[in-house]
Design a protein around this ligand. Structure first.
Ligand code: PEP
Length: 250
């Protein structure tokens, strides 16, 4: 069965609840009855409830940009998977490169979060990707293998089905430099090959691997026409409803 593409908007630390609601009002008419792709909006924690209420009945899903690995506890300032589920979030981005870079997230922490997300029935969108210096020194494959092994450590084939991986080369995030479809495809093949070794052919074949890094309406269709690319994680270009609508309709 072909993999259903997933297009996710990562709004990062942008949009107040009122702005998020306004986005949804303008975006939903652009994607009415759009069933080819799974569409997910990931606002900040503070806007999750507003966006969840605003998309009700539309087929558009809502995810968080992060979560803690514990179900509850004395972790001031954190948000748990139970809380996300309780308000109706269905997806969660884990290990975004900005979390790795600015908040010290490691593959080990992301792995713990991934396990909890799976236990709680959230669809995890787990990010991996090399920085520019790693690509330029020929270490992309090594980095992708290390990250893929690290985030998936201890996860069995029986529980892995909901996992989505986002390949996000850090040099392409927010820079306007997109990986060519060929570069992205090669990276996806490395990740899928490793998942096959770790979790078997069935899981690897069904695994959705998204590309993220300066996806725009102008380059979405070339990227998405690659058989290895099963969707997109979109930052900057997802902040505007028209632009994100065009990407969803690539
Ligand atoms: C992202 O934040 O995941 C991302 C890919 O950002 P941008 O599309 O702006 O490069």
């Amino acid at each position: 069965m072909p993999r259903k593409p997933l297009i996710a908007a990562n709004w990062k630390m942008y949009k107040t609840p009122a702005q998020a609601q306004e986005f949804v009002k303008n975006f939903l008419p652009l994607v009415t009855n759009h069933e080819r792709d799974e569409v997910v909006l990931c606002p900040s924690f503070i806007s999750l409830s507003v966006v969840i209420a605003a998309v009700t009945g539309s087929g558009v899903a809502v995810g968080a940009q992060n979560m803690h690995f514990a179900e509850e506890g004395a972790y001031t300032g954190e948000t748990s998977p139970l809380m996300l589920k309780a308000i109706g979030a269905t997806h969660v981005i884990l290990g975004h490169s900005e979390r790795r870079q600015y908040f010290g997230e490691t593959d080990e922490i992301i792995n713990k979060k991934l396990k909890t997300a799976l236990q709680q029935g959230l669809v995890p969108i787990v990010c991996v990707g090399e920085v520019l210096a790693e690509r330029e020194s020929g270490r992309t494959e090594e980095v992708l293998l290390r990250q893929t092994r690290g985030v998936l450590a201890g996860i069995g084939a029986a529980e892995a089905a909901p996992i989505v991986i986002a390949y996000e080369p850090v040099w392409a995030i927010g820079t306007g430099k997109t990986a060519t479809p060929q570069i992205a495809s090669e990276a996806h093949e490395v990740i899928r090959g490793e998942v096959k070794k770790l979790l078997g052919g069935g899981v690897a074949e069904n695994l959705r691997i998204l590309y993220g890094g300066s996806v725009k309406p102008e380059n979405a269709s070339a990227l998405m026409s690659e058989t290895e690319i099963d969707g997109a994680l979109v930052g900057g270009a997802s902040l505007d409803p028209q632009s994100f609508g065009k990407i969803v309709k690539y």
